[in-house]
Design a protein around this ligand. Structure first.
Ligand code: BLA
Length: 527
């Protein structure tokens, strides 16, 4: 894997960004050994930051005991060391330096050992509690995902003061979309833009799951190196995963420069243990936000994430309820008149609504039963034949593996035409289908359909050319043009969401159960 700063676009997916070996210059870093808190490693600006040495004499701190520094830094830190401090830095307001001044310190124990101390100029004392209470009320009172994200952008912009605040949501493939945005007047909107997954490497995503708030104060910064280069405690480069001051990857810095951005703050939104999205803040001049405000961001994003989880599980719970009701009616119909099909189709909305489909069809015992907007019976039979042929294809080992990841019994496509051209003729009713196989016999399916929906997807740059590789390494940069790139999507239905698929899966499983029951009943009667 490439070392920090040595990645190019062919291998930047694996750049070791947590081993940056340098920090941004607005603060200073010390690594102390335990016990005794002797300074064993320091950023080259640390002595100057503390007013102990002029620039150019950075190493006077190495070997010094922390308590020898003026101020209460060591005294404030010492009682905190009973805590493990391995997963989350602790913030302390203290005094240090010559002349003595207010410092915001963040301390944690990095992998590899020692106590890592980051120092930043103290922020102004402001009332954060009042605004946070109000923000919390707004977040908890939001009534939909869309309004929650809009409010979140508004709250974070007011709290931090960045020029642009976006709520950036990932899809299943890791591509991102700007889901909500607040920006200063005059700035070009990014709302609804999409960005390819390759803009944020997997390694970075994993790091952002652990380190939830990152700030880049000035993209034009000169990185300040750590001295010595290797931690004397571990003999290896310092693990900076949880460092607030860590230098940003040069590739990403180039990316931001191409976008015209000077400073950023990015906050992870974790839902159900996964990186659901980011709150990305941009500023068009260097911009520093004090650690107290960043802590408020970290606190508020927890509330936002909890609310998102609630909305997502609500949608699922609704689908479950709808499936249960349908099941009850089918079981009743089965015992009353020996026919479950009528119950499935006599109230079309109860079948269509949970899946947000416009039509549905049942292929069973060689009969076709339909509701809503559907293509002709012959066309539905053709869909059934196509589904059978796919099931046969999935006999191969690899296909079996691929299928197992989804669900053996389900077929999901937003573009039937993409699967077989002759389906273009039925796009007005069935451009996409969601199909559940009801038994192991061929030709037994419950199918939901949606019509074609021509829409324009706006990418923040051409997604087919995600990177530009120049002739020299200095030329390397992510996409240079952020000119919006419009992609017209045809022969596709509105995408099936996870909730739609979950509802279809529930209803499908329930119908196959009832089918099984009715067979058993018939067999018993026949005997
Ligand atoms: C990191 N790329 C990032 C981050 C974002 C983006 C949000 C996280 C930065 C952070 O948390 O501080 C991408 N930023 C965006 C996008 C928007 C935005 C899409 O504001 C839209 C408005 N980047 C590339 C390519 C590579 C790359 C092609 O575009 C390499 C293959 C690398 N991106 C890259 C790296 C990081 C990154 C290495 C990690 C930066 C770091 O944390 O040091």
């Amino acid at each position: 894997a490439p070392a920090f700063g040595e990645a190019d676009l062919s291998n930047c997916e694996r750049e070791q960004i947590h081993l940056a070996g340098s920090i941004q210059p607005h603060g200073a870093l010390l690594l102390c050994s335990e016990p005794g808190l002797k300074i064993v490693l320091a950023s080259e600006n640390a002595a100057e930051f503390l007013g102990l040495a002029p620039a150019g004499e950075p190493h006077t701190l190495i070997g010094m005991a922390l308590y020898k520094l003026a101020g209460d830094l060591a005294g404030r830190i010492r009682p905190q060391l009973r805590a493990p401090l391995r997963t989350q830095p602790l913030r302390l307001r203290c005094t240090a330096g010559r002349p003595l001044r207010g410092i915001d310190a963040m301390i944690h124990r990095p992998a590899g050992g020692g106590v890592l101390i980051e120092l930043e100029p103290a922020g102004p004392t402001i009332d954060v509690v009042g605004p946070i209470e109000a923000a919390l009320q707004t977040i908890l009172g939001s009534v939909s995902l869309a309004s929650l994200c809009d409010e979140t952008a508004r709250i974070f912009k007011a709290l931090t003061g960045y020029d642009r605040v976006m709520v950036y949501k990932f899809d299943d493939e890791g591509h991102g979309q700007v889901f909500a945005e607040q920006r200063e007047p005059g700035l070009e909107p990014y709302l609804a833009n999409r960005y390819p997954a390759s803009d944020i490497p997997q390694i970075a995503r994993r790091l952002y799951e652990r380190h939830r708030v990152r700030m880049l104060v000035d993209v034009g910064f000169k990185p300040v190196r750590l001295h010595p280069a290797l931690s004397p405690i571990s003999g290896a480069p310092l693990d900076m995963s949880l460092c607030a001051l860590r230098s940003s990857s040069p590739i990403h810095v180039q990316y931001l420069q191409n976008m015209g951005v000077r400073a950023t703050l990015v906050v992870s939104i974790m839902v159900g243990g996964q990186l659901w999205g980011l709150i990305a803040c941009h500023h068009y001049a260097p911009f520093f936000v004090a650690s107290e405000i960043r802590a408020a961001c970290e606190f508020l994003v927890e509330a936002v994430a909890t609310r998102i989880a609630a909305f997502e599980s609500f949608v699922l719970a609704q689908a479950e309820l709808a499936a249960r009701r349908l099941e009850q009616r089918m079981v009743e119909a089965l015992s009353r008149e020996g026919n479950w099909k009528s119950a499935l189709f006599d109230n079309p909305q109860s079948l269509l609504h949970p899946v947000r489909a416009t039509g549905a069809a049942l292929l069973f015992d060689n009969e076709v039963t339909v509701t809503g907007d559907v293509p002709g019976t012959q066309d539905i039979r053709a869909i059934g034949t196509w589904l059978d042929s796919r099931a046969a294809e999935s006999g191969t080992e690899q296909a079996k593996l691929d299928q197992a990841k989804l669900d053996q019994a389900m077929t999901i496509t937003a573009s039937l035409t993409g699967e077989a051209e002759h389906f273009e003729a039925i796009k007005a009713a069935a451009s996409g289908v969601l199909a559940v196989s009801l038994s192991s016999e061929p030709g037994t399916y419950l199918i939901w359909v949606r019509p074609e929906q021509v829409r324009t997807v706006t990418w923040g740059g051409d997604p087919t050319k995600p990177v530009t590789i120049g002739d020299t390494p200095a030329d390397l940069s992510p996409r240079r043009s952020f000119a919006q790139w419009h992609q017209v999507m045809r022969l596709q239905c509105e995408p099936w969401t996870e909730a739609d698929i979950a509802a279809a899966r529930l209803i499908g499983a329930m119908v196959s159960d009832v089918v099984l029951q009715s067979r058993t009943v018939r067999m018993l009667i026949a005997q």
